[in-house]
Design a protein around this ligand. Structure first.
Ligand SMILES: Nc1ncnc2c1ncn2[C@@H]1O[C@H](COP(=O)(O)OP(=O)(O)OP(=O)(O)O)[C@@H](O)[C@H]1O
Ligand SMILES: [Mg+2]
Length: 422
């Protein structure tokens, strides 16, 4: 019998797909022989058409004329979803562009299955939108609509941490309470689940799920916060300008810097109006060199290059105490020192929210911390020592288990799809 279903983890930063193959559910190659693909798309202005994943990032970094987009999951549940962006002569909504990414993943699933995959279990964060159930429901509805438009006739959803729990459950030899923490690019999600060898065979797991909790904090926020603290001051953040009349001194508006430091908002800066506004600010600036650098980077479409430099430094700081944000592609000699302590100071308020969210998960489950046997970690941001410490502090005696940082959720969604559809 041919597979017609899959699990699909459309992530803010990376995506995976798992199909039921002869050996059971398994991740399938989604870019060449790789089992993960960056959730990025590049519209190539020279050759036309769209590139995906690592190839999209490579085209952008090599300076091919075109437009890069990344972190589009962040616009789900946000009014930006229905806004249009002009790519050459064509207007796309952000939802259309998410559709192109999902269609690309579906092609990989169809190829692996050797048949059209019509049924999918898609991952979703526990909350697309914090504290707004209506906006959250709209976000899931929008994602379902987009998936259906790509040919998935039957779309079901599963919380991403529950999917990760299903992956973890394959490895347990006895019943245990597990806190699952999935700290990704856009969201941090927690579940407390009773996992057991017998549980694997059960169709309905509702009674084994004791708590779900999620907050809109992830690696892309850490990138933004590090950028605002360490990089944006070099582009004029908090600098001053003379007002048009009377020579009063005013601060430069913050919005340009927030957009430039936020992956999914970078493209909003690439308009002739913004260029004109920045030129006007530059003329009145007390430090015009900084604003010239800002305008230059925006006009050269180098926003993602800055974000990639910040992200690379953040990742390096997971392993090293000292690092540098290399922006020499933007300007010769522009290398900004950054330490792990700088990163930690920039993200401290978010770490406090992570601690609160994991504590709330435990409270919802009605368990004492001592009852948690294992903490299962997945998601790229769990590599950050301070993030890991914030999450594991809640149950200090529990065993910490490292999942597949980028694959657990997708594989778990594949297991779930097999359970629901086979
Ligand atoms: N070694 C590392 N140290 C710190 N951060 C890392 C490391 N490796 C990856 N990351 C970060 O992890 C994030 C991506 O993780 P992941 O692929 O789990 O997210 P995602 O599944 O795409 O997002 P979400 O589940 O929130 O939608 C990015 O922000 C990336 O910068
Ligand atoms: Mg994820």
């Amino acid at each position: 019998m041919q597979t017609t279903f899959c699990g699909l983890d459309f992530g803010t930063s990376n995506s995976t797909v798992a199909c039921a193959l002869a050996q059971g559910a398994a991740l399938i190659p989604v870019e060449g022989d790789k089992f993960t693909i960056p959730s990025s798309i590049f519209f190539d202005f020279d050759e036309g058409g769209a590139r995906f994943g690592r190839e999209a990032l490579r085209c952008y970094v090599e300076g091919i004329d075109g437009r890069l987009m990344r972190s589009l999951k962040s616009v789900l549940g946000h009014p930006l979803l229905d806004e249009t962006v002009r790519i050459k002569r064509k207007a796309y909504t952000y939802g259309d562009i998410i559709g192109l990414l999902l269609a690309h993943l579906k092609r990989a699933a169809d190829a692996a299955a050797g048949a059209e995959v019509t049924h999918v279990v898609m991952g979703r964060p526990v909350r697309f939108v914090d504290d707004d159930a209506e906006a959250d429901r709209k976000a899931q509805d929008a994602l379902e609509r987009i998936a259906r438009a790509q040919g998935f006739a039957h779309v079901e959803f599963q919380y991403e941490p529950i999917a990760a729990a299903l992956d973890y459950e394959r490895t347990v030899a006895e019943e245990q309470y597990a806190l699952i923490a999935d700290i990704g690019g856009g969201t941090s999600d927690f579940s407390i689940v009773r996992v057991s060898p017998q549980g694997r065979a059960k169709a309905d797991r509702a009674e084994d799920v004791l708590a779900n909790q999620g907050v809109h904090i992830g690696g892309t926020d850490f990138d933004r916060l590090l950028s605002m603290k360490a990089v944006m001051p070099h582009f004029g953040l908090a600098s001053e300008t003379k007002s048009h009349f009377g020579g009063k001194i005013l601060p430069v508006p913050n919005g340009y810097f927030v957009d430039l430091a936020t992956w999914h908002r970078i493209n909003l800066l690439y308009t002739p109006e913004i260029s004109r506004e920045l030129l006007d600010l530059e003329k009145r600036s007390l430090t015009p060199g900084l604003l010239r650098r800002l305008r230059g980077a925006i006009e050269a479409r180098q926003g993602h290059q800055i974000a990639l430099g910040v992200e690379a430094a953040k990742i390096a700081l997971s392993a090293e105490e000292h690092g540098a944000i290399d922006l020499t592609e933007i300007e010769a000699g522009l290398v900004i020192a950054a330490t792990r302590a700088d990163l930690q100071a920039a993200v401290e308020t978010r770490l406090a929210s992570l601690r609160a969210a994991s504590a709330e998960t435990l409270r919802q489950a009605g368990l004492d911390a001592e009852r948690i046997d294992a903490i299962f970690l997945t998601g790229g941001s769990t590599a950050i020592p301070a993030v890991r410490a914030a999450v594991t502090a809640i149950a200090p005696k529990a065993r910490v288990v490292e999942g597949d940082m980028f694959g657990s959720v997708g594989l778990g969604l594949g297991l779930d799809a097999a359970r629901r559809f086979s």
